[in-house]
Design a protein around this ligand. Structure first.
Ligand code: DX5
Ligand code: ZN
Length: 214
């Protein structure tokens, strides 16, 4: 699966930029609060408008403090998958239950240097694990290779039936890095600059899909 990130899109032309990625599996929307990360993007009102403007399932990546308070609103608005950061969450199990009760998939994200082992029990409550392969905050950064060890750990636990999760990766995914991420066991690839930086975003999505399968 490919989830283009609109962080690299033109924010003045968001409806057109959504139309340009028709046929992608998810559209990844980065919500940043200038507190959990040193950058500010958009929030619930913009997500509500995006939901009206597209049929592509919306994948909200909440890089915000206090997701315990704010995450469920994105699920209630109709986001398909809502991901919170374990580093920001006070009660991640309660968040997952709230998200699912509101009809969304529940996602948990870990930063590049956050280990996954302490959260294996918590992950039983989740549908998606989003492994960050850059420090959250900005598009266009270089892929951090060592996060693939965490992907392999989780892939093993999913394949042996210990966890039931979709494994998503975010940051620095391009034609080169996607093959290694796929090999490590990623199911869903977020790509910002590799899609919106391309002359033809649709072709870029098709090419990334082919490279992930190679
Ligand atoms: C970074 C965001 C990413 C970003 C990825 O904090 O979470 O979703 O858009 O951009 P690229 O694909 O350019 O690394
Ligand atoms: Zn993201």
């Amino acid at each position: 699966m490919i989830a283009p990130s609109i962080l690299s899109a033109d924010f003045a032309r968001l409806a057109d930029e959504l139309a340009a990625i028709e046929g992608s599996d998810w559209v990844h929307v980065d919500v940043m609060d200038n507190h959990f990360v040193p950058n500010l993007t958009l929030g619930l009102p913009v997500v509500q408008s995006l939901l009206k403007a597209t049929d592509i399932p919306v994948d909200c990546h909440l890089m915000i403090s206090d997701p315990d308070r704010w995450a469920v609103g994105y699920a209630e608005a109709g986001a398909y998958n809502v991901t919170v950061h374990v580093e920001a969450a006070t009660d991640p199990i309660a968040i997952a239950r709230d998200l699912r009760a509101a009809g969304a998939r529940a996602g948990l994200s870990i930063k590049p240097d956050t280990p996954v082992e302490p959260y294996l029990e918590v992950l039983r409550e989740y549908d998606t694990l989003l492994v960050m392969s850059v420090e959250p905050g900005f598009g266009g950064q270089s892929f951090i290779e060592h996060v693939l060890d965490k992907v392999r750990t989780i892939r093993g636990l999913v394949d042996t039936g210990h966890l039931n999760l979709l494994v998503e990766i975010d940051g620095g995914i391009n034609a080169t890095t996607i093959e290694r991420a796929a090999e490590a066991g990623v199911d869903c690839f977020v790509a910002g600059s590799a899609v919106y930086g391309a002359a033809d975003p649709t072709k870029a999505i098709t090419a990334l899909r082919a490279q992930a399968r190679a």
